[in-house]
Design a protein around this ligand. Structure first.
Ligand SMILES: Nc1ncnc2c1ncn2[C@@H]1O[C@H](COP(=O)(O)OP(=O)(O)OP(=O)(O)O)[C@@H](O)[C@H]1O
Ligand SMILES: [Mg+2]
Length: 284
C-alpha cells in the first residue's frame, strides 16, 4: 500500500516519531452533521481507508441504521452488530469485522439500530453506553471513526459522548451552514455536561466544485465561521467517490489516482498532523 501511495502524492505524511508521541488509546472522532447527504459516510469510509493506508489501525463504528458505512466495505449485517452492543446484549469485540482494506475494521449496523432511538428514552445513563462499550477496544486501534445518521438523536449524542473530536462535513451547496448552529449547540451541551474533552476536530468542505462561485462562497463563509478548523483540503465533486460504495470498496481501492482519492489522502495527512501537534502540546 505505501508504495502505491508514494506514487500518487508529492510529500510524505507528517507524522510524529515514536519518541514524540506517547502511546495512547485510539483518537476517537465522530463524523456528524444532522443534514442529510452531505458526505458523512463518504468521509468516514475514505478517511478511514486513507488513515489505514498511512499504517494506522482504524475502526469504523457505523452509528447509522442505514448501514451505509458497513455496506461501503461490502459488509452485510450479521448478528451481533452495533444494536446488540448498545443494547448490552453483545461485547464489542464480538461485533467487529475485518474489511478487505488493510488496517480497517468495521463495527457494522443495520436497520435494527433504529430501535435504540426508542429504547434509550428514559433509560438511566444511556448517553455513556456506547462510550463504555468501546472501552475494551480503544487500545487496539489508533483511530476510531463514528459515522452518524442525519439527526441529533440518541445515536448521534451517544457518538458525541464517546468521541474527543467532531469532523463536520459541509456540502459546498446552498444552505450548507443552515442548521450548523444546532450541531454546534449540541456539541457544546455534550461538552458541558458529559464530555469536557469534546471539540470540533475539523470542518471539511465536500462535493466542492471550484468552477462555481457557490462553492467558493460556501468555503469563504465556512472559514469566516470556523477559521482554521476548516481543513485546507477540499473534497471535489468526483463521480468515482459516488461509484466506489456500490463496489464495496473505499476510493483508494476503487481508483487510487482519482481526485477523490487524493483529496482523502490529503485530509488524512492534515488530521495526522493536527493530532501529532496536539500530542506534542499535551506531553510538553
Ligand atoms: N465528493 C463527492 N463527489 C461526488 N459524490 C459524492 C461525494 N461525496 C458524497 N457523494 C455522494 O453523495 C451522496 C451522499 O453522500 P453520503 O452518503 O456520504 O452523505 P451522508 O451525509 O452520509 O448522507 P446521510 O445523511 O444519508 O447519512 C452519496 O450518493 C455519495 O456517493
Ligand atoms: Mg451517511
Amino acid at each position: 500500500m505505501p508504495s502505491t501511495i508514494a506514487e500518487t502524492e508529492s510529500s510524505p505524511p507528517s507524522q510524529p516519531t515514536a519518541e514524540e508521541q506517547p502511546s495512547r488509546p485510539a483518537i476517537t472522532l465522530v463524523v456528524a452533521n444532522q443534514k442529510g447527504g452531505v458526505g458523512k459516510t463518504t468521509t468516514t469510509i475514505n478517511l478511514a481507508a486513507a488513515l489505514g493506508a498511512y499504517e494506522k489501525r482504524v475502526l469504523i463504528v457505523d452509528c447509522d441504521p442505514q448501514g451505509n458505512a458497513s455496506r461501503g466495505f461490502g459488509l452485510m449485517a450479521r448478528t451481533p452488530h452495533l444494536y446488540h452492543v448498545m443494547a448490552g446484549e453483545a461485547a464489542v469485540v464480538d461485533a467487529i469485522l475485518p474489511t478487505s482494506f488493510a488496517g480497517v475494521s468495521v463495527l457494522p449496523a443495520d436497520r435494527e439500530l433504529v430501535g435504540i432511538e426508542v429504547e434509550f428514552v428514559g433509560i438511566e445513563g444511556w448517553e455513556k453506553r456506547l462510550d463504555k462499550a468501546l472501552g475494551p477496544v480503544r487500545d487496539s486501534f489508533d483511530y476510531i471513526l463514528l459515522d452518524c445518521p442525519p439527526s441529533l438523536g440518541h445515536l448521534t449524542v451517544s457518538a458525541l459522548v464517546a468521541s474527543e473530536g467532531v469532523v463536520v462535513p459541509l456540502q459546498s451547496e446552498y444552505f450548507a451552514l443552515e442548521g450548523i448552529s444546532e450541531l454546534v449547540a449540541t456539541v457544546r451541551r455534550v461538552q458541558a455536561r458529559m464530555n469536557p474533552d469534546l471539540e470540533i476536530a475539523g470542518v471539511l468542505l465536500t462535493m466542492y466544485d471550484d468552477r462555481t462561485n457557490l462553492s467558493r462562497d460556501v468555503a469563504a463563509e465556512a472559514r469566516r465561521h470556523f477559521a482554521d478548523k476548516v481543513f485546507d483540503t477540499v473534497v471535489p465533486r468526483n463521480i468515482r467517490l459516488a461509484e466506489a460504495p456500490s463496489h464495496g470498496m473505499p476510493i483508494l481501492q476503487y481508483d487510487i489516482k482519482s481526485r477523490g482519492s487524493l483529496a482523502y489522502l490529503a485530509v488524512a495527512r492534515e488530521l495526522l498532523a493536527r493530532y501529532a501537534d496536539k500530542a506534542r502540546r499535551t506531553s510538553a
